[in-house]
Design a protein around this ligand. Structure first.
Ligand code: CP
Ligand code: NVA
Length: 298
């Protein structure tokens, strides 16, 4: 593995290997024998806000012996229009790896190609692979396995989170039921490319949640979509609340990548009832990303 740009291009074996490594790193936190990033500097280039991703990467890089360098778009010439491929060619000669949060997936792909250094997608409009690895680790910790489990997604049917979850379902073979408003469903050409019969799309959240072991949601308006009142208005029936969860399996868990907007995609009551899982999921960002860093370190 040279880069971690998407769940789409990860194999099932690579996902499981990363999760096994994350679990081992979690168990040995504070007592790591190997420091694969010793002497290295890894740049975090972020053009969108972040709490979890930034902090978990900065801490994780340090715990593996390296030094993080955080660069918001306003810190560097990228924010004044310097092309990503020139930024890549400069940083590739100075730092050992890059973690990028931005809008276009193509920018991350271009950076990886032109920098020649290991590159990690820390969220684009198309995918959020680090989050999905942390989510899968949490599912494994809480339920033992995803095999034979029904996972429901309630909310935006074509966000970075949903797209990454759909690819995970395709690779790992679990059932994923996506409930979304008709105007925010995955387009036919995407579903054709996905070609995953275990991924179903419905506009009825009760159908998706019926018998589900995992119920997952995310903000209705992703970063960059702030103020899209028309989009937000379509999501009213897609709130994860106690009524909706009454149809889920006994012992179900609720995931939310955070940040959460209480009273919108999830109620305060549900978030607090499942806070143990949701904040374990947030913590697992650290462990999953340390596994990615260790796998990419050269
Ligand atoms: N879930 C997640 O990526 O959180 P941040 O936006 O805070 O990094
Ligand atoms: N879909 C959300 C995820 C935030 C972690 C967004 O892109 O804003």
């Amino acid at each position: 593995m040279k880069h971690l740009l998407s769940i789409e291009e990860l194999s099932a074996a690579a996902i499981v290997e990363l999760l096994d490594s994350a679990a081992a790193l979690k168990a040995s936190r504070g007592r790591h024998e190997a420091l694969p990033l010793q002497g290295q500097t890894w740049a975090l280039i972020f053009t969108k806000s972040s709490t979890r991703t930034r902090v978990s990467f900065e801490v994780g890089i340090r715990e593996l012996g390296g030094a993080p360098m955080f660069l918001s778009k306003n810190d560097i010439q990228l924010g004044r229009g310097e092309p990503i491929i020139d930024t890549a060619r400069v940083l590739g000669r100075m730092v050992h790896g890059a973690i990028i949060r931005t809008f276009a997936q193509q920018d991350v792909v271009d950076f990886a190609r032109h920098s020649g250094i290991p590159t990690i997608n820390a969220l684009t409009d198309d995918e959020h692979p680090c989050q999905i690895l942390a989510d899968l680790l949490t599912v494994r910790e809480k339920l033992g396995t995803w095999e034979g489990r029904k996972i429901a997604w309630v909310g935006d049917g074509f966000s970075n989170m949903t797209i990454s979850w759909m690819w995970a379902a395709k690779h790992l073979g679990f059932e994923l039921a996506v409930a979304c408003p008709p105007d925010y469903a995955p387009p036919a050409d995407f579903l054709e490319k996905l070609a995953a019969p275990q991924v179903s799309i419905t506009h009825d959240p009760a159908v998706a949640v019926k018998g589900a072991d995992v119920i997952n949601t995310d903000v209705w308006l992703s970063m960059g979509q702030e103020g899209q009142a028309e989009k937000e208005a379509a999501f009213g029936p897609y709130q994860v609340n106690a009524g909706l969860l009454s149809g889920a399996s006994t012992g179900h868990i609720v995931l939310h990548c955070l940040p959460a907007y209480r009273g919108k995609e999830i109620t305060e009551e549900v978030l607090e009832a499942h806070a143990d899982t949701i904040f374990q999921e947030a913590e697992n960002r650290l462990h999953a990303q340390k596994a990615i860093l260790a796998a990419l370190a050269r």
